[in-house]
Design a protein around this ligand. Structure first.
Ligand code: AHR
Length: 649
């Protein structure tokens, strides 16, 4: 939808038009479009150790020695204590069919204490206020003895906390042991380890076998097997209203034998085999479908659920005569998420503790089929894969909006009632140049992945990227978000991707939030998205001015009755401030509004550098009052992002 000076129906307002040397904007009270009310969010997939070692709160790395053809089992993360000899074993009695490899801990002297420690995902955050809940499975004769579990510092050598766990371990089967640890003091840093020690003389066979060794801090909203609190809070504070899961490339998997199979991600952790991640590491499947859905529920986010669409990253494509199995699988998945408790998969969901169906209105088929599959796989997507999924899902669930993994801009004449998905990783100039991109398409789209990643002048997927989100890039993202919001009658929402990154091991540079074991750093983009997402419009409204260098959208939240104006200034002439005169039909002289303006550092390439912790984004909040003409008058600096919201009397 384009709202320009030529718009009709503003006659009642023309008396308000002034001749100021400013951008003179008059917002009509009628004639706009209803939005879908959930406009901003993110894609989460396990990239950058952002699932295991990130959002997923498990502290123990390589807790179950999971492996795949691509990633053989290793002892990564595990270290011997005293004379222990650690080795991997595939016992004839494994912990489960899914967890077949375990760690054998053997004594070489038969005396004293021995054991092992884990150094976590590049450290373990230890806080006195936390109770850490752990468990491990053991096999081997070790009667009437105990294990000692502890958290200790590698920096100071100090023991933060230790506990004795009475052994019930026997030779014939696996036995689970549970414990709690409440440290007496905060550790000085994250350089901590978790250890399990036992008495060599009690291990009758000279060794014990361990598996699924797990330790959780308190999780976000206290969910079992849940999310890391500080990362979840940084996401919650973004006011996200949608989440796209579970990827991205991760959904597709590397080959046709290794896509992200949701059935492997539900139920007991003992029954989750893990997943050969596409980002260079084996994943635990601990952050599975239910955990994602619960997280969406906790943050009240609309779910955009991607189902495997028959294409993997190496270009493997499912032939037409074999596709039905995958369609059935997707239908099962949807039934699991939102089917009644008396349906097959709804009953399984209930057994897993969630009888209430989740709300699910958006299902995406595959991911970027125009990319990994091109040209043949993309053609199969258009020829039969998307149409078959679309028909089957809408036959069973007419209210579900099925989304294609490509957009009309990827050369897809999307069959209706399907929607499209547009991804853009670009330089800020490109994001701004695309301001009108969705003005003239009638097909619904989600912007399923977006971020400014290149400095202006850079291009392509593999061109030079910025090390972190930077202020100028964030303003470019604001312009793009505003352009999507102007078309909210047809834009399902916009998702930042990828959203978080472990600074110790990552594959993708530009992410909105960076973290280590004990820190979370919000980037410049975080502040921009937070501000824009904090003001939800239920209706966009026609306004009377052109764009450039001021890009804006106006509308109203019909629940509060407040008018909302969102704007960004990108490259004003000579870097000058842009004076604005803003009138809303029905807003009287003297009315007040809250104006929030974000500005950045002098250097537009300035970043929120994790090594300094300095936030370069400045937030200015003021109350402005409508003058005699009923207009709010204020100026916005170049490279700024602003939101004005009127206050209901
Ligand atoms: O967001 C990172 C990756 O970029 C996603 O997995 C993929 O869909 C895109 O190519």
């Amino acid at each position: 939808m384009v709202f320009s000076k030529s718009i009709l129906g503003l006659s009642a307002l023309t008396s308000l038009v002034s001749t100021c040397a400013c951008v003179d904007i008059i917002v009509s009270s009628t004639g706009g479009n209803v939005t879908n009310g959930h406009q901003y969010g993110f894609l989460h997939e396990d990239i950058n150790y952002s699932g295991d070692g990130g959002l997923y709160a498990e502290l123990i790395r390589n807790r179950a020695f999971q492996s795949s053809q691509r990633f053989p089992a290793t002892l990564e993360g595990w270290h011997p204590i005293n004379d222990a000899k650690l080795s991997l074993k595939n016992l004839t009695v494994p912990l489960s069919e899914s967890l077949t490899t375990s760690m054998n801990v053997a004594t070489t002297t038969g005396q004293g204490n021995l054991g092992f420690y884990n150094d976590g995902y590049w450290g373990i955050d230890v806080k006195a206020s936390n109770t850490y809940r752990g468990s491990f499975w053991v096999k081997g004769a070790y009667a009437s003895r105990s294990f000692v579990v502890s958290l200790q510092s590698r920096t100071t050598g100090e023991l933060h906390v230790a506990a004795e766990v009475e052994s019930r371990s026997v030779s014939s089967q696996w036995t689970e042991h549970k414990f709690e640890l409440t440290p007496l003091r905060d550790a000085p840093d994250a350089n901590n380890t978790f250890a399990v020690v036992f008495d060599a003389s009690g291990a009758e066979e000279g060794s014990l076998d361990f598996n699924l060794i797990s330790l959780f801090p308190p999780t976000y909203k206290g969910r079992q097997n849940g999310m890391r609190v500080d990362i979840a809070e940084a996401l919650e504070q973004l006011h996200p209203t949608l989440i796209r899961i579970p990827g991205g490339n991760m959904l597709e998997g590397s080959t046709k034998n290794s896509w992200w199979d949701w059935k492997n991600t539900i139920g007991s952790l003992r029954n989750r085999p893990g997943f050969p991640g596409v980002w260079g590491y084996q994943q635990t499947n601990g952050l599975g479908l239910v955990e994602y859905l619960e997280f969406a529920e906790d943050l009240e986010m609309e779910i955009v659920l991607a189902v495997y669409g028959g294409l993997s990253l190496n270009g493997d494509t499912v032939p037409k005569d074999q596709l039905q199995g995958f369609i059935d699988d997707a239908l099962d998945q949807i039934e699991f998420v939102r089917g009644p408790v008396d349906s097959k998969w709804g009953a399984i969901r209930a057994e897993l503790g969630h009888p209430e169906p989740w709300k699910l209105r958006y299902v995406e088929i595959g991911n970027e089929d125009w990319l990994a599959g091109a040209p043949g796989g993309w053609q199969t997507y258009k020829d039969y894969r998307f149409p078959m999924f679309l028909e089957a899902i809408n036959d069973a669930y007419p209210d579900i909006q099925v989304i294609s993994s490509g957009s009309v801009f990827d050369g897809y004449d999307i069959p209706q009632p399907g929607a499209g998905d547009y991804h853009i990783y670009a330089e800020p100039d490109t994001l701004v140049a695309e301001f009108g991109k969705f003005d003239n398409t009638n097909i619904s789209h989600i912007i399923g992945e977006m971020a400014a990643i290149h400095p202006n002048g850079g291009s392509g997927w593999n061109g030079p990227q910025m090390p972190f989100p930077w202020w100028g890039g964030a303003v470019g993202e604001a312009v793009a978000l505003i352009s999507y919001e102007r078309n909210q009658d047809r834009i399902i929402g916009a998702a930042y991707a990828p959203i978080i990154r472990n600074l110790n091991r990552w594959q993708w540079e530009i992410t909105m939030i960076q973290f280590t074991a004990d820190t979370v750093i919000r980037s410049t983009s975080w502040y921009v998205w937070e501000l824009i997402a904090d003001h939800i419009m239920t209706e966009t409204l026609p306004a009377s001015s052109d764009f450039d260098p001021l890009y804006y959208v106006a509308g109203r939240n019909n629940k509060t009755g407040d008018y909302i104006f969102k704007a960004a200034v990108y490259n004003s002439t000579g870097g000058a401030d842009v004076p604005i005169k803003l009138a809303f039909e029905g807003i009287e002289p003297g009315a007040t509004a809250k104006l929030t303006v974000l500005t950045g550092p002098e250097n537009p390439y300035g970043i929120n550098d994790p090594s300094t912790g300095v936030n370069v984004v400045k937030t200015n909040r003021t109350t402005v009052r409508a003058g005699e003409s009923g207009s709010f008058e204020f100026s916005l600096p170049d490279l700024s992002v602003a939101v004005l919201e009127t206050r209901s009397p």
